[in-house]
Design a protein around this ligand. Sequence first.
Ligand code: ATP
Ligand code: MG
Length: 571
Amino acid sequence: MADTDKAGVAIQGEQEVVSRNFIEQMIDKDLEEGVYDCVHTRFPPEPNGYLHIGHAKSILLNYGLAQKYGGKFNMRFDDTNPTKEKTEFVESIKRDIKWLGADWEDRLFFASDYFEQMYACAVKLIRKGKAYVSDLSADEIREYRGTLTEPGREDPGSGRSVEENLDLFEKMKNGVFEDGSKVLRARIDMASPNINMRDPVIYRVAHMSHHNTGDQWCIYPMYDFAHPIEDALEGITHSICTLEFEDHRPLYDWVVRELEYPHPPRQIEFAKLYLTNVVTGKRYIKKLVEEGIVDGWDDPRLVSIAALRRRGFTPESIRRFVELCGVSKSNSSVDYAMLEYCIREDLKLTRPRMMAVLDPVKLIIDNYPEGETELLEVANNLENEALGTRMVPFGRELYIERDDFMEEPPRKYFRMFPGNEVRLMNAYFVTCTGCVKDETGRITEVHCTYDPQTKCGSGFTGRKVKGTIHWVPAGEAVRAQVRLYENIIDETKGVYNEDGSLNLNPDSLKVMHDCLLEPALGNAKAEDRFQFVRQGFFSVDYKDSREGAPVFNRIVSLKSSYVLPKQEGKK
Ligand code: ATP
Ligand code: MG
């Protein structure tokens, strides 16, 4: 977090001055100098996987800039490589971006819709003597390319005439050549210190079906050629991308200059977002999915946007997180705890605090009249009155957490043990009288007596107790499955093992089958979120929940030692 490029809030006298991040400063300058008269950004994913938290940063950055400057935001699928692209991914990407709150309105584009124009662009370069057909294989091209210290060698094909190149390129298009037998290269500079400029391949032969254009084409443009054309065709002013494309910028600028586009975009690079102990790369997530280590792209342990959503994160929490991360020019990792901080902050005051017993043991109040029940009025959130109250049934038989009772407690244990008095949350004081065990020694019932005078809300001040424990009524409780998560990577040992495999945490998923929840939770709908007192924030799983058999995912526990880093730039 320690860099100076990101937005900060500086207090000068009485006035709060919001400083601009480095991208905004560049845009301000462009607008001031009249280089562009508007701001037009885009998000250009390749539909070869689901989006992840890193993409969320890019989406919100690009969409946010368009919003801030009253400009436009394009959604564009960069689908120029048919090998890995799928319609499933196109659909998931659209769904995730909408859920995040970015809106492309009617500005949805596909790079594959420009194949005709890209072909014409390649022909234009050939006519200008700026591209030629090569017979070299991929290995030979690599060999001819030279190294960082040695210049490359001329391709034998580079001497071909314009006519010959036009003829060969058309034959490439017409399917005369096999995959890999011919490519089209841009003629730039085989001695350039930037290897990307050493006559890069711009078109290749690939007899493959494309998810959008089917079998219409058997040649496909390379990313470095297609991308700047896509931006230029759409009138993108600021083409914002991650740092690894910095070295490609001279090539992009060359392409749009040679093709004589009147208003070429300005490319601005920023550092990718990485999280500690979390797998962000699409390649790694894909591996976990394909090897069946996780339950699909939306497994709640992943940080794909679909997974975060399924886990229970809100779009607001992700937007807040991205805002706190800022934008920077240097790569660094952000603590996953910051994401957790953001969701806690979002849910703390906005969600009801319910009672749920994850590992239940029966509690019997021996002096409570048999067969009788009462309804207790309980505040939904003591810190937010607007959330109102609910009624919770209370009776002689309840369930409490198994670890809220100990027959022989250690020092400083203030919960239930024989002879000790505690408060049952929202209800009465009870004094523990003992327990019953089965033949294996497992505790099956805890017994206690209650004091009717101590009802919560009655104003009783006679004495105090040190422990408060939560409970659910035995008859009316709702049975549910609850899933608890830990990081999928074992934090203590680093991300990779010595053999390069991922260092997986064997305890990343814990399934609790017979949890008992207070009755109101029986009506919870998919994606509803709650606080379970003392346990954390939970969300109803939309994939595995069934009518009458809800499944809850723990989004995050309640406790955190995380301290929000001081905002850089504060004076
Ligand atoms: P990955 O590295 O996870 O495979 P990618 O870069 O191949 O992702 P694309 O679909 O090509 O995925 O990316 C779309 C956009 O999202 C690009 O502009 C890319 O720079 C940006 N992006 C990808 N990963 C991150 C990240 N971790 N942080 C910020 N932006 C990212
Ligand atoms: Mg990519």
